[in-house]
Design a protein around this ligand. Structure first.
Ligand code: FMN
Length: 172
């Protein structure tokens, strides 16, 4: 395909087609040097490497909250449960002044980043590398500690598909 054809790629089509790929929903959290909690809803979370243990996600270059997370040098990825849709939208909005108001959390042992009450799993990381990737950064973190809720609690993840939230249903 010639360069000019690529330039003409319809951004709405790009977004619509990529929306057919479902993701889980996470809130990436950190603490500022003053101890103030920060959180950002992220769907682009992925496992990267087992040896060494790395995970990754892609914040927008223009994200207001990413620089604060970067400055902290660490982050915790909270995997949201199906009943946590409200948290998904709350941490996606830039206009909420106190997004942690009324949110129960505890600091992680390794980095002090918020572990959100009700998350079905969390992965606490030190910031490893930040690589430019178009209008996003590809951020990798080295996993320091991680945990999931008891399988007996039958955890159900929050899922995002074609702009809407839903949940997982297992085939019989
Ligand atoms: C389900 C869902 C997934 C999202 N995934 C990402 C993502 O992977 N990367 C990203 O930069 N923003 C993502 N966002 C948008 C961010 O949560 C946020 O709104 C945006 O980055 C602006 O935040 P700012 O206040 O840091 O500028 C997602 C939003 C939703 C609702």
């Amino acid at each position: 395909m010639a360069d000019n054809e690529l330039d003409e790629l319809d951004p709405l089509l790009f977004r619509r087609v990529l929306g057919y790929f479902p993701t889980g929903v996470t809130v990436v959290t950190a603490r500022t040097s003053d101890g103030v909690p920060i959180g950002l809803t992220i769907g682009s979370f992925t496992s990267v490497s087992l040896e060494p243990p790395l995970v990754g996600f892609l914040p927008m270059v223009h994200s207001d909250r990413w620089p604060a997370i970067k400055a902290s040098g660490s982050f915790c990825v909270n995997v949201l449960g199906a009943d946590q849709g409200e948290l998904c939208w709350r941490f996606a909005r830039t206009t909420v002044e106190e997004p942690f108001d009324g949110v129960e959390w505890q600091p992680s042992r390794a980095t002090g980043s918020p572990i959100l009450h009700g998350a079905i799993a969390w992965i606490d990381c030190s910031l490893e590398e930040v690589v430019e990737a178009g209008d996003h950064y590809f951020v990798t973190g080295r996993v320091l500690e991680l945990e999931h809720v008891a399988p007996e609690s039958e955890p159900n993840p929050l899922l995002f598909f074609r702009g809407k939230l839903g949940e997982f249903s297992q085939h019989e």
